[in-house]
Design a protein around this ligand. Structure first.
Ligand SMILES: Nc1nc2c(ncn2[C@@H]2O[C@H](COP(=O)(O)OP(=O)(O)OP(=O)(O)O)[C@@H](O)[C@H]2O)c(=O)[nH]1
Ligand SMILES: [Mg+2]
Length: 330
């Protein structure tokens, strides 16, 4: 059975509404990236150096990143040799298979680590405007639907309006928000959040943090301090430190990831705003170059637009036109 056929069958057994979300969220990337690849592969009759070079350009322009692109095309060349592929039309499924290998990690790596014996604490970090607060709101909604008790801590005391924004999400979703006044010590807010979550017997505490302070050094020091408080108050916490990255910022996201990685022990990535970009190739780049799992992707602004990352759903949505075409030709 072909790779596309297998992918299609596997996705068909998954939740239809999730498949639809991935398809609509990735439609921009799919039509531009896979559209360009399709033109390249159908417009050629042999696989040569020129074709590989053009493919590299297409991948880099979709923000797959230079290093990841080079590695990917290198693997593709090897596979072409090994499987004695002659026809350029066979490259599309082969390439999607290679991308799939880059995205797939050990079983469960994409799932959140939860504390089985009490409060789970999750910290959200990232520069301003990437979608931390929105992601917290969406996740609170997700956990609430699972029947969990959730508390939010308003750790961004720096930006005007940040506390109110979290409170609005709290009201919308129906969960408690622990806050101090603007300008207060964020670590003290998180400390109170932990105490409140414990006394209310909450399952999960989601901690918002600032994306910008007077300067970057202050921001990193503040995050370290928050981290220490959490570690001290709950054994084994934080259970996750999720770095939120904005897909529309492209390769800048990788630079941010390295900077935050130096300050706190990032355990996973939330990649937001994939719906707003044709550069969804950044998912592959992040996964391959940072060696960090993408745990969630933001596919829109609504509460249920945050989805657990699923590499099969991602590939299926990206290559949907090619998959359909293969079916028609078969
Ligand atoms: N289209 C789209 N918009 C998103 C997504 N996630 C967040 N946004 C929007 O991005 C904007 C910024 O989101 P915030 O959650 O305020 O970002 P933040 O990281 O908390 O920003 P600071 O508090 O300034 O550090 C808002 O307008 C959100 O609605 C997404 O997945 N898709
Ligand atoms: Mg915020």
């Amino acid at each position: 059975m072909s790779f596309f056929k297998r992918l299609k069958e596997s996705v068909a057994s998954k939740t239809e509404s999730v498949t639809q979300k991935f398809m609509s969220g990735l439609s921009k990337t799919s039509s531009s990236l896979v559209g360009a690849m399709n033109d390249l592969f159908t417009g050629r009759n042999k696989i040569d150096e020129e074709l590989y070079e053009e493919l590299e350009e297409i991948l880099i322009s979709a923000d797959v990143g230079v290093k990841t692109t080079m590695d990917l095309v290198e693997r593709l060349r090897e596979e072409v040799k090994e499987r004695k592929v002659k026809d350029p039309s066979e490259l599309q499924p082969l390439l999607s298979e290679m991308i799939g290998e880059m995205l797939t990690r050990e079983e469960q790596a994409n799932q959140l680590t939860m504390n089985q014996e009490g409060l789970t604490v999750i910290l959200f970090v990232g520069v301003n405007g990437v979608g931390k607060t929105t992601t917290i709101g969406k996740l609170a909604h997700h956990f609430k639907q699972e029947g969990k008790k959730v508390v939010l801590a308003a750790g961004d005391t720096f930006r005007a309006g940040a506390i109110e924004q979290l409170e609005t999400w709290g009201r919308r979703v129906g969960v408690d928000v622990i806050k101090h006044q603007a300008g207060a010590d964020p670590a003290a807010v998180i400390y109170d959040g932990i105490q409140a979550a414990k006394s209310r017997k909450a399952d999960i505490l989601l901690c918002d943090t600032a994306g910008r302070l007077q300067n970057k050094v202050n921001l990193m020091e503040e995050l370290k301090k928050i981290h220490r408080v959490v570690q001290r108050e709950v054994p084994g916490a934080p259970h996750e430190v999720l770095l939120v990255l904005d897909a529309t910022t492209g390769q800048n996201a990788l630079i941010q990831a390295r900077q935050f990685g130096e300050a706190v022990n990032v355990s996973g990535i939330v990649l937001t705003k994939l719906d707003g970009t044709a550069k969804g190739g950044i998912v592959v780049s992040i996964s391959h170059e940072l060696q960090l799992p993408v745990k969630f992707v933001g596919l829109g602004e609504k509460a249920d637009d945050l989805q657990e990352f699923d590499s099969e759903q991602f590939l299926h949505a990206m290559f949907k036109d090619a998959i359909e075409q293969e079916e028609v030709e078969a």
